[in-house]
Design a protein around this ligand. Structure first.
Ligand SMILES: O=C(O)C[C@H](O)C(=O)O
Ligand code: SF4
Length: 517
């Protein structure tokens, strides 16, 4: 088994940096279905560029490299204890090399273990099988889309859809609602795995297992095949679109599995996965651990750049300039500058930007800021960072889901004079009100486009709270050039997110009438 650890290391790197071909096919189809000059079309171009950059840089597609979850099939008699130790070593190595973000946090103290090892991380499931080889599969599912997972207990009343019974039609309603409630916050357009039955725990496990199926496979259960097809034919009618910007494509894949249940329970569990659907697998020689083949078609077989070369975003923006206003601004910003901005404008930022997410926002409510934030721009981002002799470098840095800062954001902006926050998925009514009163703006960056944005950070000027909060939660001060984002909430009371949520809620009602009798 001398090669086992190396093979698992290769699997981790491939999974984190190179999106498999079946996933790429689905994203390319979305690009074709979406008008390139729209906000959703622009986002898909950025996503395509980012996928190429990650492969080329051998760096994480998204900065949130998720909860590493392995499913390992071994021949009878194989030593699983040795394999577990090797998997843990490979995880720590990949983290040290910047292929995984330090993502394992003590739930009570908030301290980051720094190597992705800790109670419950990584997740490793072993199964024995009668075959001779070892099959190791890995999924890296990020926290933002994990937060959009949802579990239904039938029968129940579902918002917008009415009664959902213990039958195929009730299940259909759960799935349509699950896609609606995710909005753009799990970095749509996404993929869903659905588990019917089981208990609360195994229902979710079954849902996640579905994500190991190939995007282009066909369900062998006739009822479930029909259900999957129905969902794929109808989900896009919700109009949520890429990043929740509105648009033609909301869902890229739907896989449904079924297990037995207890007479009293009927769970429908939905695992939502972002477009950055990172899963791969390897078949290994059981004696040596040598890599024999990749389980899923590799991304390198299907370049994303046909019609979406780097720089296309700027080009498309330019061709549509009559409708779209574009502003280039140097941070810090003035109240006058941000009051000029309206939903739909593109803002390109230069100067110093500060990262800040969950730990920093709760800290700033009760404490002073270590630096002057007057006119400052806060980026909701937990980057992947590496240090060498020349200091820190940004290896991946896309936005995180902003809504988690909703209880704090408005107050923090007012307290310190912050003029703009950048994130993804939008924020709620409290923040919108604060933007109006104080003079602020919310900028939406493209979720998952971690390589694309990392290029904008030319230098790490400084960092605060690195020891206290760990790398993702620290406050990084980044010298920035050409960071582009879209205004989705402005100081005039407009919110694109509120609009899309309301219109998709109306559209959800068209799925109320029974389909499967
Ligand atoms: O933690 C992150 O960097 C992002 C997270 O996956 C999210 O989608 O909010
Ligand atoms: S930021 Fe978006 S793409 Fe990245 S893990 Fe979170 S949900 Fe997925």
């Amino acid at each position: 088994m001398q090669h086992f650890e190396d093979s698992v290391y290769k699997l981790i790197v491939e999974t984190s940096t190179n999106l498999p071909a079946d996933v790429r096919v689905a994203i390319k189809a979305a690009q074709e279905a979406e008008d390139r000059a729209t906000r959703a079309g622009l986002s898909l171009s950025t996503i395509a560029t980012n996928i190429e950059m990650a492969e080329c840089n051998v760096s994480p597609i998204c900065q949130d490299t998720g909860m590493p979850t392995f499913v390992v099939h071994t021949p009878v008699g194989a030593n699983q204890i040795v394999m577990k130790a090797a998997i843990r070593n490979a995880i720590a190595r990949a983290t040290k090399d910047g292929k995984l973000r330090t993502n394992s946090v003590d739930s009570l103290t908030g301290s980051n273990t720094g190597d992705n090892l800790g109670p419950g991380t990584p997740v490793i499931h072993f199964e024995q099988w009668e075959k001779e080889d070892v099959d190791v599969r890995l999924i890296l599912k990020g926290g933002g889309c994990e937060n959009k997972n949802i579990q239904y207990s039938l029968p129940m009343e579902i918002e917008g859809l009415g009664k959902a019974g213990r039958d195929l039609d009730g299940i259909r309603k759960c799935i349509m609602h699950a896609i609606y409630q995710a909005q753009g916050q799990g970095c749509s357009a996404g993929f869903i795995g659905v588990g019917i039955g089981g208990d609360r725990t195994t229902g979710y496990e079954l849902a996640k297992q579905q994500l190991f199926r190939r995007v282009d496979d066909t369900n062998t259960n006739e009822d479930l095949r029909k259900l999957e097809e129905y969902v794929m034919d109808n989900a896009n009618k919700l109009g949520i679109g890429t990043m929740g910007f509105g648009g033609a494509v909301t869902l890229l894949g739907c896989k449904v599995g079924v297990a037995n249940r207890l007479p009293a329970s009927f769970f429908v569990s939905v695992a939502y996965n972002c477009w950055a659907f990172r899963r791969q697998g390897v078949l290994l020689d059981a004696a040596t651990g040598e890599l024999k083949e990749w389980i899923y078609p590799q991304g390198s077989e299907l370049p994303m750049n046909a019609g979406s070369e780097a720089g296309e975003v700027e080009e498309v923006a330019a061709t549509d300039a009559s409708e779209r206003r574009e502003f280039r601004m140097t941070m810090p910003l003035t109240e006058e500058q941000v009051r000029e901005l309206r939903v739909g404008d593109i803002v390109i930022l230069d100067g110093e930007m500060h990262t800040g997410r969950d730990a920093l926002h709760s800290y700033l409510i009760d404490n002073d800021s270590p630096i002057d934030l007057n006119g400052g721009v806060i980026y909701h981002c937990g980057p992947v960072m590496l240090k060498d002799d020349n200091g820190w470098h940004v290896k991946a840095a896309g936005p995180t889901t902003s809504i988690r800062e909703e209880p704090y954001q408005g107050d923090v902006m007012k307290k310190f004079g912050i003029r703009a926050v950048i994130g993804k998925g939008g924020m709620g009514a409290k923040t919108l009100k604060a933007l109006q009163e104080h003079g602020g703006v919310y900028l939406n960056a493209i979720g998952g486009a971690a390589q694309y944005y990392a290029e904008c950070f030319k230098k790490v000027n400084d960092v605060h709270f690195l020891k206290e909060f760990g790398i993702p939660e620290a406050m990084w001060h980044l010298q920035t050039e050409g960071f582009a984002a879209i205004v989705t909430m402005d100081s005039h009371g407009n919110s694109l997110h509120a609009e899309v949520e309301q219109s998709s809620r109306e559209k959800l009602e068209q799925f109320k009438a029974p389909v499967f009798k």
